[in-house]
Write a protein that binds this ligand. Structure first.
Ligand SMILES: [Zn+2]
Length: 302
């Protein structure tokens, strides 16, 4: 177990691309979700962070307890949806192989210490595949990241994750807000995290998750150029089989969400269905963060 470096942390940072952190609580209107689910069957892509009883304060809101987690996984099994990893979505979007009917994705960001332990066991015990996006600077020996201190897994544990049924993707090196970085720093975040994971695992890493979900047309283009086939964002929305390859929508699961919330998403309701265009607030929030980063330097994205 190691502790991520602190440096530059913005405690209680807003979480997600939207202008307000509360934006994910059943963000879309009912009308959106009903209209969306008729036009395009929704695919829930859940975003978990740590699964812990006593998480560090800065991430607590975005964690669940092992008991809550078990209840969510049981709801996934009950839903009859087909759990797949991000490669299945990539294969579908590239026209290589169709998705099973009614898929669901379970994703885990950052690489907290519980992931290769009880969390992987809870998933494997129910034969649920999942996708883990790892922040290499927070888990590699001697690495540095903007994540505040927390118990983290180690890079050496990544191959055990794969053996337990998880697909590994990159979550950058330092966990910076990618859409505020100069080109050279952005390329470093995208390429070095990919290379570090590829060295550790001995195969290509094809998928990326943007820290905090923050992205922009330039970030998406550079992710493609760095060799990623897909990238997941946040968007507080349900994904679909027509979603955008470089900003696949995910739903952050918070400690305050109930099993009924999870069941709603599994039923394809309770949130908008992507793809849809960024609203003016999301665009304005990006420009605000970009201007702030130009003054203060890179900031933590939770
Ligand atoms: Zn993250």
């Amino acid at each position: 177990m190691r502790t991520a470096g602190s440096g530059g942390a913005e405690r209680g940072a807003r979480h997600g691309e939207g202008p307000a952190a509360a934006g994910d609580s059943v963000a879309g209107s009912v009308a959106d979700s009903v209209a969306g689910s008729v036009a395009t069957p929704a695919i829930p892509v859940f975003l978990y962070h740590a699964v812990m009883d006593d998480p560090p304060g800065w991430i607590a809101e975005f964690t669940v307890t092992p008991k809550q987690f078990a209840a969510h996984l049981d709801a996934v099994v009950r839903s009859g949806r087909a759990p797949v990893t991000i490669s299945a979505v990539a294969d579908h979007l590239a026209g290589r192989a169709p998705l099973p009917p009614r898929p669901v994705l379970l994703t885990f960001d950052d690489g907290f210490a519980d992931l290769p332990g009880p969390t992987a066991e809870a998933l494997a015990g129910r034969s649920l595949p999942a996708t883990a996006y790892l922040t290499t600077g927070a888990i590699a020996p001697g690495g540095r990241s903007l994540l505040p201190p927390a118990p983290m897994m180690t890079l050496a544990g990544a191959s055990a994750l794969e053996r337990s049924g998880m697909e590994i993707g990159s979550h950058t090196v330092t966990h910076a807000q990618l859409d505020t970085l100069p080109g050279r720093d952005l390329a470093y975040e995208l390429r070095t995290s990919k290379a570090v994971l590829e060295d550790a695992l001995g195969h290509e890493i094809r998928h990326l998750a943007y820290p905090h979900g923050y992205n922009s047309p330039r970030v998406r283009a550079m992710s493609a150029r760095a060799g990623y086939e897909t990238a997941t964002a946040v968007r507080h929305a349900l994904s679909s089989d027509r979603d955008e390859r470089y900003r696949i929508a995910r739903l952050i699961v918070r400690r305050t969400h109930t099993v009924a919330d999870v069941e709603g998403w599994l039923a394809g309701a309770g949130a908008r269905v992507a793809p849809y265009r960024d609203g003016p607030k999301t665009i304005a929030w990006r420009w605000y963060r970009r201007a702030r980063a130009a003054v203060r330097g890179p900031e933590f994205a939770g």
